[in-house]
Design a protein around this ligand. Sequence first.
Ligand SMILES: C[S@@+](CC[C@H](N)C(=O)[O-])C[C@H]1O[C@@H](n2cnc3c(N)ncnc32)[C@H](O)[C@@H]1O
Length: 293
Amino acid sequence: MKGETSHRLFWNGGVKREKKRDKNWEKRIHTDLVWLEIEPFLQPGLKVLDAGGGYGRYSIPLAERGCQVTHLDLSPRMIEEAKKLAGDRGVSSIEFQVGKVQDLSSFSDRYFDLTISLDAPVSYAYPEQKRALEELGRVTKDKLIVSVVNRWGQVPVAVETELRFRNSLEISRRFFREGNWDHPSFWENLEEKIPLLYRYIFPPLHAFTPSEILDDLIEEGFRPLRVVASGTLARLLPPRTLKKIVNNPSLYKEFLEFSREYDALFEVLGVGAKVASGLLVVGERRNSNEEMV
Ligand SMILES: C[S@@+](CC[C@H](N)C(=O)[O-])C[C@H]1O[C@@H](n2cnc3c(N)ncnc32)[C@H](O)[C@@H]1O
């Protein structure tokens, strides 16, 4: 039960869980912060790829705003749900495709004006996360927005998860050293050992450090415009404070602006949200005659 099968099982079983995400304050704030990263680049008619688009959280509103959207996802169940939601909302400028972010061979080079891959599809492409970034870069003409699992910020989650199932820190320490949430002794025959567990714990993934994702972005020919550990300030506040903020529209607006500044501080880039992907980069394609930095 390793690799691709466990990924598809986890995400096929995760449609309901994903759709409930905005009931959690921290997740809701994270979503709104991500929108603030996308919005400056939007204009009607833009050709957009949402790679690993899930149930359509971003792709459907983007199509509603006049973008020509292609929505790709590994999970047929997620695609089914997104198609249904788009249909219910009368959205037609969106095409769906079941596929993998690490294989975008059905799209030509620089086909999309804007490519987004949010809430960690690139991390879940593990062990092909580098290939996924290459493919995203290849099909993008102008702007690329990618969010991945933040390695340092997820170490506590790794420890908490591992200790739920075993009395060892072996997998967490390997995750800390290499960024890979994967261990043969844990994953092998997991389904037989603990039936249905695959629905509740994360499938194998690669978590990035801030410098790693920046280096990869630059290597793919993009100039980083922004790197942000989205959701850090919110993660560090108790639920009752978050509730108070979200329920007061002007306070909420100010808090989002404050978070965008705080979460982009060099010193906090290694933290990020606990409940969603905590590391986001925005890149702009460099001209071929521009020098590499
Ligand atoms: C946390 S959800 C995020 C969905 C959406 N981007 C959003 O932000 O709402 C991660 C999504 O990535 C998809 N996914 C996981 N691995 C993938 C891969 N290798 N290629 C394409 N999609 C993948 C999953 O099926 C799931 O829909």
